[in-house]
Write a protein that binds this ligand. Structure first.
Ligand code: SAM
Length: 271
């Protein structure tokens, strides 16, 4: 497991993750996961692999000031950026640099564990899921989001395919790793083998209004583990990647706006 396939970003990239990727794509999906998990007022939540904390902040609003949020990520740069953001109304959020296999929480201390677009990157998936069960109360649940196959996600598919062709597969893997766990049967088996008795899965599609792509694509690349390989390519190749991605996705443009479908599994599991 490399730093690239575990989505390890340095401080500048973590900032770009928050300013570029979160508003456009990850934020809306973090909100959708919180809505799917439907936490109640006063509940305690942990956000596992919180990144810059999109799901933690939506959960803080949902549970209100009587609730409590713990947000955990192994990447100190992500946590630094999360801590630097304005405090949201609602529950206080405690930020922790820790591994998903070693959550800094007592047994049965939270009502809901959220894991938003992170399980696919965890090297020890089963151990991490068992750890989430340890911290969740007997009647609590674990809510996980994972992209459906990359072919269902035309923005990511086009970017990965174009990057692989012009820059190299070893660079494209920095984004393709987000699609390492997409098969519904494989996910179900993993959850069952990790000890969950009840597993409810659905697919959620969000048609997201995207920023202008020739501007967004290069900024997005810089917020991913693809940045190093892309930056080593010539300016001409970089421009080709950006132009081709924008041209191919132009089929989603209408009346000067570009709205692209993104699809994710939303999964609710109980012990
Ligand atoms: C694609 S980001 C998702 C972040 C956030 N949940 C969101 O929806 O924006 C994946 C996150 O998983 C974290 N991560 C990867 N492996 C981890 C591990 N073993 N323990 C904790 N966090 C991990 C990364 O540092 C990264 O912040």
């Amino acid at each position: 497991m490399t730093a690239s396939t575990q989505w390890q970003l340095a401080r500048d990239s973590a900032k770009r993750y928050q300013t570029v990727l979160t508003p456009a794509i990850l934020g809306p999906f973090a909100r959708a996961l919180v809505e799917f998990a439907s936490p109640q007022k006063g509940e305690w939540i942990v956000d596992v692999g919180c990144g810059t904390g999109a799901a933690a902040r939506y959960a803080a609003e949902a549970v209100g000031s009587t609730g409590k949020i713990a947000a955990v990520d192994m990447n100190a740069s992500m946590i630094d950026v999360a801590r630097s953001l304005p405090v949201v109304a609602g529950a206080p959020i405690e930020w922790h640099v820790a591994l998903a296999t070693d959550l800094p929480l007592d047994d049965q201390s939270v009502d809901v564990a959220l894991c938003a677009q992170t399980l696919q990157f965890l090297p020890e998936k089963q151990l991490s899921l068992i750890e989430m069960q340890r911290v969740v109360k007997e009647d609590g649940h674990v809510a996980v989001s994972l992209w459906t196959p990359i072919e269902d996600n035309p923005y990511f598919y086009t970017l990965v395919e174009t990057m692989a062709r012009h820059v190299g597969v070893e660079t494209a893997v920095g984004l393709k790793a987000a699609f390492a766990l997409t098969d519904a049967a494989e996910i179900y088996n993993l959850l069952q083998e990790s000890g969950f008795g009840q597993i409810e899965m659905q697919e959620t599609q969000l048609d997201l209004l995207m920023p202008e792509l020739t501007d967004f694509v290069p900024r997005h690349i810089q917020a991913t583990p693809m940045a190093t390989g892309f930056n080593q390519a010539s300016k001409a190749i970089q421009q080709t990647v950006i132009r081709e991605v924008a041209e191919k996705l132009n089929r989603y443009a209408e009346n000067g706006r570009i709205q692209i479908p993104f699809r994710s599994h939303m999964i609710l599991c109980k012990k």
